[in-house]
Write a protein that binds this ligand. Structure first.
Ligand code: F6R
Length: 241
């Protein structure tokens, strides 16, 4: 595991974008595993800038997103489909048929999760998976539990996650209670993982993820067992190390 300590959010975003850009340059038809939330927005902006400068070509790139709220339509501005279009897909020359987000409108969870898992396998797996970190140590929407879920599955969101994400909704009651998410096994199959973390409110979680016991109570701690993880975190997020 390689840990880069950076000054702040801006530096984290630039470094993360450089790592993702290197992947795209080295393998133009790579599969990028992408994340949503507030953490990667700056990295997506930096990727768009590289594209606009003529330094990056997304025409052959394929993407799979980590997760999606169950029940939200693509048009809902809180869906992760909408987020990805707003922050990245509509701003670069990626082919929309090469982008994939779990379908939150599919009511049959088992069917959608099986479809998504098979889709990732059919693409040859993920070359680099971008991850943010939940304050409870979650990655994707793999919430603290007694075990690690292997495959893409439907999850009941933890109260702390609903609380953390309500800032994006009119009220906590509007936050969906369920989501489809890649499982820990799905994430761990990625050839490379890029974890980005900023802010003091993530410091406890990050210390547990990087140095604590590997436990499903802190789902991100499983990353200690992956062979190729790069962490880019700011000083505040690393302050409890
Ligand atoms: C998003 C995701 C989540 C977030 C995490 C951190 O696709 O899977 O695990 O990465 O909740 O969210 P932010 O970045 O909003 O603090």
């Amino acid at each position: 595991m390689r840990i880069y300590e950076v000054k702040d959010y801006q530096e984290m975003s630039r470094k993360a974008a450089n790592i993702l850009a290197a992947q795209v340059i080295l393998k133009p038809d790579c599969v990028l595993g992408l994340a949503t939330g507030s953490t990667p927005i700056g990295a997506y902006d930096a990727l768009v800038e590289k594209y606009e400068n003529g330094d990056l070509d997304f025409s052959e790139v394929k993407t799979v997103n980590l997760d999606e709220y169950k029940g939200l339509t693509r048009e809902n501005d809180q869906s992760y489909y909408y987020f990805m279009h707003e922050h990245l897909f509509d701003r670069v020359n990626i082919k929309l048929e090469n982008t994939n987000v779990p379908d939150g409108t599919e009511a049959d969870g088992a069917k959608e999760c099986a479809r998504y898992e098979a889709l990732i396998a059919s693409m040859g797996g993920v070359d680099i998976q971008l991850l943010g970190l939940g304050r409870n140590g979650h990655i994707g929407f793999n919430e603290p539990a007694d075990h690690f879920e292997k495959m893409t599955h439907c999850v009941d969101l933890a109260e702390s996650t609903i609380e953390a994400n309500k800032r994006f909704f009119a009220s906590a009651d509007d936050v969906p209670r369920q989501a489809y998410t890649m499982g820990i096994g799905t994430i761990m199959k990625a050839k490379k993982i890029l974890l980005i973390v900023n802010g003091e409110d993530k410091a406890d979680a990050l210390a547990k993820v990087l140095r604590g016991p590997v436990t499903p109570k802190v789902q991100g701690s499983i990353l200690q067992l992956h062979q190729d993880v790069v962490v880019v975190a700011d000083q505040a997020a690393l302050s409890k190390m």
